[in-house]
Design a protein around this ligand. Structure first.
Ligand code: ADP
Ligand code: MG
Length: 323
């Protein structure tokens, strides 16, 4: 099938969104943004074998390509509006394309973000780039840079699950329900768009967790010119993660695993009741896991004692030998 047939068959779904003046089919899409909104633009590329293993189900690849972008939209507290897709394919495997487009539109429908254009090319390996434009009320977007000493640090969901799921997928050992749940957390990230949109009124800064909780909190703190503490006893570890990995390894994966697509945000202590109310109403787990401090160091504390967390090379804990 040629490129035009491929686009027509798998991607040219007519969107009914009134903000789309012109969708797929011309040289460019035309959209009509709402008056008095700022636009937030995010883009993420997934390379087969680098960002996901070749064995991942095609529909999961499609869903995930959208979800990781929605996670960036969530981190900015924006509302997703329009999506474009640049696809490089080694072949035109109809079964794969069918699964991929199904997963992609599943996420698109779930989060109301229509596909309005893209590009399709042939190459040596599968490369998927999704770009999403979101919108937000002027000056209401969350940034990494707003955290203040004394603020609480929160995380959504249960970090560490996705990394454990990826490891299980790579070693081909998904046999029981706990393992299946962990795999699903890698395959189907749950971008926290609604939660982030609502806590934005109370939060001072936010980032999404893609590279690992510790590393991403560090990025937020660097942007904010502050330091912080993570209370390891307060990390929200999922039941499947602890069952499959054991407690020590679960903590390690929660801190350093990556691929979580959860949101870390900071907020003044006085906002705690409002944040708890939003979390409860939207049925999203939100856990306070630490606090922002002066200085520029991010430390981990467990059982009241400082732990040196090393996230270079093999990740593990060691009790701090000094200070
Ligand atoms: P051009 O030759 O002008 O670059 P294309 O043939 O690449 O145009 O694309 C034709 C139309 O199909 C455009 O509207 C483009 O946005 C859309 N399109 C191409 N590839 C995709 C894709 N993978 N997903 C969605 N729309 C696509
Ligand atoms: Mg053209």
């Amino acid at each position: 099938m040629d490129e035009f047939e491929l686009i027509r068959r798998y991607f040219a779904r007519s969107g009914r969104d009134p903000s789309i003046v012109l969708g797929i089919g011309d040289d460019g899409a035309i959209v009509r943004p709402d008056a008095d909104r700022e636009l937030v633009i995010v883009i993420d590329t997934m390379v087969e074998g680098v960002h996901y293993p070749s064995g991942l189900d095609a529909s999961d690849i499609g869903y995930r390509a959208v979800a990781v972008n929605l996670s960036d939209i969530a981190a900015m507290a924006a509302r997703p509006r329009w999506m474009t897709l640049a696809l490089t394919l080694a072949g035109d495997d109809a079964g794969w394309l069918d699964g991929f487009s199904r997963g992609l539109f599943e996420a698109a429908d779930e989060f109301s973000v229509p596909l309005i254009g893209g590009d399709t090319t042939r190459g040596d390996q599968t490369v998927i780039t999704v770009q999403i434009t979101g919108d937000v009320m002027p000056s209401k977007a969350l940034r990494r840079s707003g955290a203040k000493p004394g603020d609480d640090i929160y995380v959504t969901g249960t970090p560490g699950d996705a990394a454990a799921g990826l490891a299980l997928l790579q070693s081909n050992t998904v046999h029981n329900e706990n393992q299946r749940q962990l795999l699903r957390r890698f395959a189907r990230p749950a971008p926290r768009v609604a939660l982030a949109g609502e806590v934005a009124s109370y939060a001072s800064a936010a980032i999404d967790v893609s590279d690992g909780l510790f590393a991403d909190i560090e990025k937020l703190l660097v942007a904010s010119g502050a330091g912080g503490v993570i209370e390891l006893d307060d990390l929200p570890l999922s039941v499947p993660l602890v069952a499959v990995q054991g407690k020590a390894s679960a903590i390690e994966l929660a801190l350093g695993g990556g691929d979580d697509y959860e949101i870390v945000f900071t907020a003044a202590a006085a906002q705690a009741p409002a944040i708890a109310e939003v979390a409860k109403r939207l049925s999203v787990a939100v856990s306070k896991i630490g606090s922002v401090s002066k200085g520029d160091a991010l430390q981990c504390v467990k059982g009241g004692r400082k732990f040196a967390y090393r996230h270079a090379g093999y990740r593990h804990f060691a009790e701090a030998s000094d200070d």
